[in-house]
Design a protein around this ligand. Sequence first.
Ligand SMILES: [Zn+2]
Ligand SMILES: [Zn+2]
Length: 259
Amino acid sequence: MTFIDGHVHTPYCPHGTAAPMEEYVKAAERKGIKVLVFTEHAPLPDGFTDPVPEKDSAMKRKDVAAYLAEGARLRKEYAGRVDVRCGFEVDYIEGFEEETLRFLEEYPEAAAHSILSVHFVKTGTGWFCIDYSADSFAEKAGESSVEKLYEAYGRAMDKAAGRPFGELNPPVLGHINLIHKFRKRIRPETDPINWTGILEKAAANGYVLDFNYAGLRKPDYGETYPEPWMVAEAERLGLKLQTGSDAHAPEDVGRGYTR
Ligand SMILES: [Zn+2]
Ligand SMILES: [Zn+2]
């Protein structure tokens, strides 16, 4: 395993902590991590209303320039010590592909260091953030069924695996089975998602998988994303994995890597 943390948030994330970006770089240096990729949640596309109560899922558009500038400053400052890169965690939101592509076109350099993830799915009663809380997940599942939520997520992730943004598509596919985050508490009888199909599609499209350690810190999950059998399957398919902590605080940089 190389020493890379390819999935790191910053104070520009409204649901994270206020620690400055430099603190994350210092933590990486202390822990011997050679490559740190900032992947702040890209601003949500125009016309899409953040479905979480606090409306704090993503960074604000007005902060993008300052975020990228600080990333560039740290890249210079820490050259030869930590290879600092700056991209986004971009949401794949069905029906907002054009708006998302326009954003990627504005920041092609950052797009090359970005991750494509699915956090939002469309349900019968509107958009829903699948990883917000176990309570909201259970409540939403109660409105239709947990199978339906899984199916909606599986469809979106399958589309994301199809590399919908072409040349500007983020090269890394984020925590592919994030839908499992609350499964110790609520899960379908049988998982309706064709995970192998998604992995095959990701492999065919030249993706790298986010090997995300945040799942180990989640009480209702307790595994990496993807989970071990998917990792084995990914390796069989020739998919590369990139370690990422999904840190929203400096002390979480590289966390769990020793496992
Ligand atoms: Zn976040
Ligand atoms: Zn993230």
